[in-house]
Design a protein around this ligand. Sequence first.
Ligand code: GP9
Ligand code: MN
Length: 406
Amino acid sequence: DGSQLVDIENHVNAKYVKPDPEMFGIAEDRNLIVISLESLQNFVINQEMNGEMVTPFLNELMEDSYYFDQFYHQTGQGKTSDSEFLLENSLYPLGRGAVFFTHSGNKLNSLAGKLGDKGYYTSTMHANNKSFWNRDIMYESIGYDYFYSAQDYDITPDNSVGWGMKDIPFFEQSVDLMSTMEQPFYTKMITLTNHHPFKLDEEDKFIDEYDSKSGTLNRYFQTVRYMDEALRHFFQQLKEEGLYENSIIVMYGDHYGISENHNEAMEQYLGKEVTPYVSAQLQQVPLYIHIPGVTDQGKGKTISKIGGQIDLKPTLLHLMGIHSKNDIAFGSDLLSPDHRDFIVFRDGSFITSEYVYTRNTCYSKETEEPVEETFCEPYKEKASKDLGYSDSIINGDLLRFYEDDY
Ligand code: GP9
Ligand code: MN
């Protein structure tokens, strides 16, 4: 039955924070374009490689957006699909396996569903086979109106590399598809080129590789640079098609691209040891919220609140003018003045404003060194409750019993 849901509702209600009234509904009735940036980690933002910027467009866009510089991915083995699950539901993915495979029939209360109820046309755009990550099945439960997958794109050997269609033609064809969509629409786009093994055609290499013993890390900077170029083209095309002014564009990295197998090369690049503390901090991914007429023309700012993908749904609901007071969400609005600086990783590690807890060790952010466990103690129970309640919802399919009463 649904009695378990009562405890959970009390737990999540205590996490709710009121929106900033200045920001609530600021993007109401606009198109919402969310871009999941494949394998993009924060450590490449605003950095040079061989004397050239790795992300020149994203660096410029920082001035014209709310850019979050302490935002973390919270994915597990489900990688991209886990980040999609976090975005849509503000629930944690599972500790083992991919919830997209294991619980694809669950009742959900998604961002897409809520926007759909508001009259939005909702979709995902991703130029891959539609059954990858079981998306064709799980997307029914999330409730998108349509999935623009490989079969909706003109994919040729010429416009493909590595995993499939290159990001520049993907965005080009996506804007064509968007201009046929009924408005307002919500679409989530998923890029592909910046994916391991980070291969590019010669003509798409805009900077030189890094030089370390890891070919993966060496090429990563080049494919990030290519994705940055694709985003610049995309913004330009949105403007040309008249889709820019009336949209809000949100972008985030889905998960890490450089695993701990490349620590030696990372140490060379960072010029310091990759301790468990550093590994945890490397899970930062960029988050951009770009609102034409609000954050553009230099009116953006860098926001250093601690947040994670779990916070995306409440943040976006509020921007789109939808209340989340009674929502079962484990995150909270990043733009609220009351947002709390605390995020939990899927493995039970967590980050607070002062401490990082990882591999059963409490680290001080100030010294980056281990400190007494007692400093992290008060947060441990909160972290495990969060993960445990979220798991109960998924394993018991508890949202079947949830009444959305607002
Ligand atoms: C595949 C793409 C990549 O469609 O989303 O998946 P990943 O390996 O990053 O989870
Ligand atoms: Mn991915």
